[in-house]
Design a protein around this ligand. Sequence first.
Ligand SMILES: O=C(O)c1ccccc1N[C@@H]1O[C@H](COP(=O)(O)O)[C@@H](O)[C@H]1O
Length: 214
Amino acid sequence: MTLVKICGINDAAGFDAVAEAGADMVGLVFYPPSPRAVTAAEAAALSARVQGGPMRVGLFVDPTDAELEAVLAALPLGMIQLHGAESPARCAAIRARFGLPVMKAVGVGDPRDLEGLAFYTPTVDRFLLDAKPPPDSDLPGGNATAFDWSLTAGRTIPRPWLLAGGLTPETVAEAIRQSGAPGVDVSSGVERSRGVKDPARIAAFVAAVRGAEA
Ligand SMILES: O=C(O)c1ccccc1N[C@@H]1O[C@H](COP(=O)(O)O)[C@@H](O)[C@H]1O
């Protein structure tokens, strides 16, 4: 079954929609410059709405240990997503210190970016392959930008991985078909405006992924 992660949830309606749609993972953004950012306390309150449900994935950009500790003191996470310029050694250190699986986001623009995954393979549990940010963006992700899905077709990615970047309910089935992705991640494509999730689009996205499997 294709894994589905809905990222950047910052309100109750969005959190409930992710759980009701049966997504596998929910992403909580702990990066203050993002329009989707939540505080540790806000994330804990959202997470407490649902017992069980999707894995809570904390998204961080070049976090300090203190930042990670503050979030993990407020709520349990199932995975740490690192979406900055973290080195393989830093990924290994975070994984060892916090005892959680690490998903490293890597920007993909050409085949050499996929060859570079080998440097991270021993130190991470999962990859998230995203587009590189556009030059005028102030965010390392969440830019509604796709990369060439055919780049991953037929390639062996050395860890389980999620496809991200510019996916929408309308495009995700074709993206899975072209890329061969075993999982997908979306933020902008399920919003009604920047940083504001649309419950109907969250449901449509998960339904489109499940429909692509049928
Ligand atoms: O969503 C954000 O605001 C964000 C901020 C900083 C780093 C990563 C961020 N989002 C991640 O980017 C992917 C792709 O986003 P989109 O669907 O193209 O908008 C998203 O799923 C998050 O994992």
